[in-house]
Design a protein around this ligand. Structure first.
Ligand code: FAD
Ligand code: NAD
Length: 475
């Protein structure tokens, strides 16, 4: 193996591995170092997302939702099945198979684009050199013209609820539960809390979610958040807002969680507790003395808008730098940097990064919320369309939620799109593309949408912004 490369990427998650692949496509010599190890000790590329995040959570969300629909919805369709049951072990086995195929796929992609895969630890030394420590403890110093840091993030551990498997677990532990707890506690009604709370609720757990903030999904459009809260309540998720956890006590097989809200001190006893109180950037053992790479006060690697750190030829991308901790944001940063290194054009449009929460109904948005537009002082108009008026959604027996388009009053530019409903995560892609091209609501209005599709909801919401909706009453 060579000791010197054009590019060395440290971290092989969804920010690092696309950077390595694009560098290879750009005919640069590239190595990607990753130290992720699964519970059986095996190395695997793909980082948090593929091994313990996006992919395994979506596998369990899909299985649990199918079970729920078989139980609750099949009869409405006129489908009779025998007693519907589930097998957690089989769900977990399916999940593990999907994860394995995905992570091994990265090795095949690396091979195809000439990326040298190195499994072990990487430490940046001064002068764009990298110390690589292999599994057997042997070390080598490699050098590169450019180094891309993509070291990711780890779950926040709360002093009041330290991790203690199997009772108090982080999101990875929550994805690996071997049976359904009777009483499940979740700290944090953020994205992870809602997605994983939904999985185990659908399979029968009594789920109590404790959220410190006074409102649900404070980062989302509040009309969307209110609609979501209504559905979660109906599904039996007991979400307690303004509930700040103050302590946990472990007994033989239960966890007593103390929390404080406006009414005073309370206690709730659960069999398992998931701590989903956010993630923090990870850089342990990443930077030797004197590299010139700086961290901010929250531990993020400092970068400019093109992901350059202060050190010449050293870049950083993904969860370890500012911005939303999302796989697709990291991917675009990785690709941008690999293109910039090759002297090509590269840019990330941070204003149009979609967010998706994979609950049922799904929640997705891009751009500004109505609250943000209002506080900006810009005059705006809003159009929304309920899925209840969508023929396709009704045919799917999934006519909950709505699509909402916010556009500027003066030049009609789309400022934000918010969808709660069936396949919202897929539907939002059209809005992202529209906003990427600075489309107006009229552009969406004049775009032909196939009938009957869910995407017509977005079309109709755009029409509704000018009170020209056809399939719902304009208000
Ligand atoms: P990571 O994925 O954390 O990868 C970093 C990699 O670098 C790891 O493999 C780590 O071992 C390695 N590494 C770190 N330091 C070193 C070193 N010194 N030497 C060698 N290797 C090193 N995001 C979405 O967009 N959609 C979702 O649906 C979604 N679902 C999620 C569900 C869960 C339960 C969780 C926890 C997260 C989810 N996320 C989701 C967030 C997403 O996983 C992260 O945003 C994404 O993984 C960040 O990518 P990254 O490459 O920056 O970091
Ligand atoms: P989050 O920031 O989304 O939510 C954490 C929640 O915990 C917040 O609402 C916070 O107020 C609450 N909280 C914090 N401390 C608390 C305490 N002591 N008591 C009660 N509540 C407390 O973080 P997360 O859900 O852990 O997710 C981490 C990251 O992973 C997020 O940035 C998210 O973007 C990413 N992620 C994305 C997806 C997706 O895209 N579908 C899915 C999962 C995770």
């Amino acid at each position: 193996m060579a000791d010197s490369f054009d590019v060395i990427v440290i971290g092989g998650g969804p920010a690092g591995y696309p950077a390595a692949i694009r560098a290879g496509q750009n005919k640069l010599s590239v190595a990607c170092i990753d130290e992720w190890r699964n519970r059986d000790g095996s190395y695997a590329f793909g980082g948090t997302c593929l091994n313990a995040g996006c992919i395994p959570s979506k596998a369990l969300l899909e299985s649990s939702e199918l079970y729920h629909r078989a139980r609750e919805e099949f009869a409405v369709h006129g489908i009779r099945v025998g007693e519907v049951g589930f097998d957690v072990a089989q769900m977990q086995k399916r999940k593990a198979g999907i994860v394995k195929a995905s992570t091994q796929g990265i090795l095949a992609l690396f091979k195809a684009s000439g990326v040298t895969a190195l499994q072990g630890h990487g430490t940046l030394l001064p002068g764009r050199r990298v110390e690589f420590t292999a599994a057997d403890g042997s070390t080598r110093v490699l050098s590169a013209k450019h180094v891309i840091l993509a070291s990711g993030s780890t779950p926040v551990e709360l002093k009041v609820a330290p991790f203690k498997a199997p009772h108090v677990v982080d999101s990875w532990g929550a994805l690996d539960l071997e049976s359904v707890p009777k009483r499940l506690g979740v700290i944090g009604a953020g994205v992870i809390g809602l997605e994983l709370g939904s999985v185990w609720r659908r399979l029968g757990a009594e789920v109590t979610v404790l959220e410190a903030m006074p409102e649900l999904l404070g980062m989302a459009d509040q009309q969307l958040a209110k609609e979501a809260a209504r559905h979660f309540k109906k599904q039996g998720l007991d979400i307690r807002l303004g509930a700040k956890v103050t302590g946990t006590t472990l007994s033989a097989d239960a966890v007593e969680v103390s929390y404080q809200d406006a009414k005073g001190e309370h206690k709730v006893t659960v069999d398992r507790l998931i701590v989903a109180a956010g993630r923090r950037p990870f850089s342990a053992g990443l930077l030797a003395e004197g590299t010139g790479v700086a961290l901010d006060e929250r531990g993020f690697i400092k970068v400019d808008e093109h992901c350059r750190t202060g050190a010449e030829g050293v870049w950083a991308v993904g969860d370890c730098v500012r911005g939303p901790m999302l796989a697709h944001k990291g991917k675009e940063e990785g690709v941008m940097v690999a293109d910039l290194i090759a002297g090509l054009y590269g840019e990330v449009n941070y204003k149009v990064i979609p967010s998706v929460i994979y609950t049922a109904p799904e929640i997705a948005w891009v751009g500004l919320t109505e609250e943000q537009v209002k506080s900006s002082g810009r005059a705006y108009k809003v159009g929304s369309f309920p899925f209840l008026a969508s023929g396709r959604a009704r045919a799917m027996e999934q006519a909950q939620g709505f699509a909402k388009v916010i556009a500027a009053q003066d030049d009609d530019e789309i400022l934000g799109v918010h969808i709660i409903g069936p396949m919202a995560g897929e539907l939002i892609a059209e809005a992202v593309l529209a906003m990427e091209y600075s489309a107006s609501s009229e552009d969406l209005q004049r775009t032909i949408h196939a009938h009957p599709t869910l995407s017509e909801a977005l079309h109709e919401a755009a029409l509704a912004a000018d009170k020209r909706a056809i399939d719902s009453i304009n208000r």
